[in-house]
Design a protein. Structure first.
Length: 327
């Protein structure tokens, strides 16, 4: 068992590191790591349906898709993440209890009544502090989980406050649970890094062959390349989302009510229809035609709209207000 020291808090780099270690290291491994504020979505989710787009944009919060399934989660520096990567028999690789047991051991040794509940959660007094997910690659499993230690709960709630009326799709929706921070249940105060040390020490004691290593310079170069080609791309984080129908209504004093209905396949707008009680100088079908076949991404839509004066098609509406209606 190797314990890989992790110091980087960039979410794109950290998610890429998991895939890199999974596919390039032969030994079983364990990692503890933290991210700056970000949203991590499950592999099979519709990203736009999981996030508060306006809040994410205003606060420049990165949104990154992970390899594993499950729901969307908010990370910040008060959240500690743990990862096990182990080789085994394919029929016995999925085992949420096995990989969460060391975490429960540490907490119970601290006098905290932490439990494994449901499909993949850890709780204290019925409140969730850890969600877990797994990904199988060949004969290896990647198990990772969150550990809310001292996260800022209002940010968590706001970042994941998506509008359920906007989307109709077959993607897996996140289920919101009552949550708690581990720090609220401590008999004696400590910070998140002291807590991380307790977990690492427990893993060292649990696996007699455990040894600590650092990622090499070559590892860093390869991981950064994976970030560039995958984890920091729109195609992976948003375009990979399942097909969906999107509907949003924009209402302004000058333009009236405008309803946007989109049919999006593989991240591309296949059909768009705009309804409302607005006035226009020109036929709005020209706008619908211009946006058909365009990627459902603000930059691409804005570029497609450059030849048009939006006020001519939706009297009183600005381009920025039109863009707000598309997300």
């Amino acid at each position: 068992m190797i314990i890989i020291r992790r110091h980087n808090t960039d979410p794109y780099f950290n998610l890429a590191t998991e895939e890199y270690v999974l596919k390039n290291y032969q030994e079983d491994s364990f990692m503890l790591w933290r991210n700056l504020p970000c949203i991590i979505v499950g592999k099979h989710q519709n990203t736009l349906a999981e996030i508060n787009v306006d809040y994410v944009k205003q606060n420049n919060i990165p949104v990154v898709r992970r390899l594993s399934g499950g729901g969307a989660v908010f990370h910040d520096l008060g959240n500690l993440n743990f990862t096990f990567i182990q080789t085994g028999q394919k029929d016995s690789l999925i085992d949420f209890r096995k990989y969460t047991e060391p975490i429960l051991d540490v907490l119970q040794n601290m006098g905290i009544n932490a439990r494994f509940e449901g499909r993949n959660d850890l709780t204290i007094d019925g409140k969730k502090f850890s969600g877990n997910a797994e990904h199988i690659w060949k004969n290896k499993v990647l198990h990772h989980g969150t550990l809310l230690f001292s996260s800022h709960m209002p940010n968590l709630a706001e970042a994941l406050r998506a509008d359920p009326l906007k989307f109709q799709d077959k993607a897996v929706k996140s289920v919101r649970s009552r949550v708690t921070n581990i720090s609220e249940h401590l008999a004696h105060p400590m910070d998140v890094m002291q807590f991380a040390t307790l977990i690492q020490d427990h893993i060292v004691a649990k696996y007699p062959d455990a040894r600590l290593i650092e990622l090499t310079e070559e590892d860093h170069d390869n991981i950064h390349e994976l970030v560039r080609t995958k984890y920091n791309t729109w195609e992976w984080n948003f375009g990979y989302s399942p097909n969906y129908n999107f509907r949003k209504v924009v209402r302004t004093e000058k333009s009236g009510t405008i309803e946007f209905d989109l049919d999006v396949h593989n991240g591309t707008i296949m059909h768009i229809k705009i309804f409302g009680d607005y006035f226009s100088k020109f036929d709005t079908e020209e706008i619908e035609h211009a946006l058909t076949g365009v990627v459902h991404h603000e930059h691409d839509i804005q570029k497609a709209l450059e030849p048009f004066i939006i006020d001519n098609y939706f009297s009183g509406l600005t381009t920025s207000e039109f863009l707000e209606g598309m997300f």
